[in-house]
Design a protein around this ligand. Sequence first.
Ligand code: NAD
Length: 411
Amino acid sequence: MRATDATRLYFDAAADQLDLSPSMRELLLTAKREVQVQIPIERDSGELATFIGYRVQHNDARGPFKGGLRYHPQVDLDEVRALAALMTWKTAVVNIPYGGAKGGVAIDPRSCSVRELERVTRRFVDAIHDLFGPDVDIPAPDMGTSADVMAWIMNQYGKYHGFAPACVTGKPVEYHGIPGREEATGRGVGTLTLKLLGRIGRPIPGTRIAIQGFGNVGTHTAKYLHDAECRIVAVGDATAAFHRADGLDVLELLRYAREHDGRLAGFPGGDAITGAELLAAECEVLIPAALGGVITTANAGAVRARLIVEAANAPVEPDADTILAERGITVLPDILANAGGVTASWFEWVQNRQHYQWGINRVRQELDRILSEAFEQVWHLAQSRQVPLRTAAYMVGLGRVARATVLGGLA
Ligand code: NAD
């Protein structure tokens, strides 16, 4: 299923509940602007290479467009379009004053030198600098882009428009970024997992967790839940997966990954399992924190967790979502579960604009408050309307965007 078709299904379920008119649905589904640009650069070898860059600005009814920039060989317009719409609902669910956007460059960052990536980034900014900015559209890191890429974006943007650190978020802490941004998505996943466990009446200590993906989100999620006395029984990445029934040593896993270029292959402290076995691990909570589309009709029947927390974007395919619901497995949807990153991005933007620094404690406190409020709202709506958490989250998001559209006026 195409990415846009999947998000459309979730959109329709919520729009039906809200009784949105066909004309409002059409307006909310259509992107406000879609841009495709050519990015020619000179390789280190002196050869010419041409890449394609995209920026989809989906909706700005509630505030400036906001969304990540992805560098990945399979980036295409359909995927960027679907991810841009997800951002609109995500910023609305957590009620931060942004719309939704996404960008991408079809490039394999691992096949480029750092200097080549810098040239691609600066040429991309040259092509779109009039289309983004602190009050217009604020990019951030996503798959394949780092804080360094955000620093280049800010620097290149400044050459056209002057000093404007709020034109991009996820910057290095030493270059107008904020402490707490990097951990924020994983911390948010952890916070929301604990809230969900609380709501179903499950004691937290000893709760068994399986995590797919041990990058930025997976590592911070594992650390947070380990600190909360959960048992991380299975962890995997692109290179390997490991299981230990009485809990893996998370600090050892983190140390091992740090010392092995971020990879888990060869970790000595657990039994090696396959990626498929990880998704079917005996546990209370399964947290997919790697790729989209990993839980499908083929493996949804094998999931043994009671809860799935979608740390990655769109890890559960819509047909699999139906199977999980029939099996009584609760899914906390991506647009709420991984919203910690964009929420902390908002804090960075606010501080950049105020030329002020909050400090890590205030960042964590505000993050926990905003995510907790959003969770409670979605939980209560799901209970009162007897709908899945995903439909409730979309209802909260769509409702806010539709209301802002009406209040702003269309004339
Ligand atoms: P990352 O690149 O830091 O880590 C990705 C991890 O997934 C790595 O450990 C990698 O080895 C693993 N992986 C890749 N292919 C795999 C496979 N086939 N099987 C198992 N593991 C595999 O990325 P990240 O920033 O941690 O993002 C993870 C997911 O969370 C993505 O879907 C991303 O869109 C989403 N997300 C991230 C943020 C953020 O702030 N970083 C915010 C919202 C959503």
